[in-house]
Design a protein around this ligand. Sequence first.
Ligand code: GLU
Length: 317
Amino acid sequence: MAKWRWRSMTQKKLFRPDPAYRGRFAPSPTGPLHFGSLVAAVGSYLDAKHHGGTWLIRMEDLDTPRCMPNAAEDILRTLAAFGLHSDEPVLYQSRRSSAYEKTLKYLQDIGTTYPCGCTRKEISDSALQGIDGPVYPGTCRNGFSPERKAHAWRVRTDSRRVEFDDELQGRIGQNIENEIGDFVIKRADGLFAYQLAVVVDDAFQGITHVVRGADLLSSTPRQIHLQHLLGLTTPAYMHLPVVTNHAGEKLSKQTRAEAVIPGDGATLYQVLKFLRQQPPPSLREDAIKEMLAWGVKHWQPENLRGPLHLMADQSAA
Ligand code: GLU
């Protein structure tokens, strides 16, 4: 349904505002905003605004050991310097524990989740390697030995193929049971897992369109599986190519990606180039506001169909 709406609007090149469109950018405050995260922020913003929709920022500050002090404020300040403001108050996942707890309780009540006492080592010793680490072999599926103390909660998966149409990457399918295994929704350290929180919050915020990096493509079937269990609507998905450095690595804190300069016009111009939007050279001299307005007006995501990774083009600046 949502896919049809997206396609018909881009293919016929009609501008029909869609006030029902709700998109979001959901950074994890593990460090300052780098070029790769700015691409995801701008891509999701342009898509939302091109459709006359609402764009939200959600702070995914759930994994507290990985969060950096002041990173959330720093990210919000940097986004604001690029003219990217959330249309509604920023939602902080660190304040949403009771919603995740209730969801876990529901999944426990319907019998789709079970406690798991396996250690990382036990799993990696006995499991096959899958697309996202070892495939959980199902050790605790039929019973959890009570002498084990710390435990995670896993959700049951099955062998049905979960499929969806990604606006840029085409039809994607995954057999979660074989390729991932029953996955963790609450970790042994007591923290809720990203997969659960993202599904609960996308639904809570009424998100209709998810535009994010293709590094999350393999997570999407797990999120759809949870949406089905919870009776939630599946949003439309668009996975943008991941920005890599010259060594072909994803820009991230681990690969020591540099922080972007807040409000730097050359950087925003480079983001538009990365997104293959063909901004005219004269736009380079314009203010941030004009650049963003140009991007909203001329947004053509179909230019990005195909690649899962693209190198940041340093020369574009
Ligand atoms: N917080 C995730 C990240 O920074 C993104 C989650 C999402 O967009 O679904 O990688």
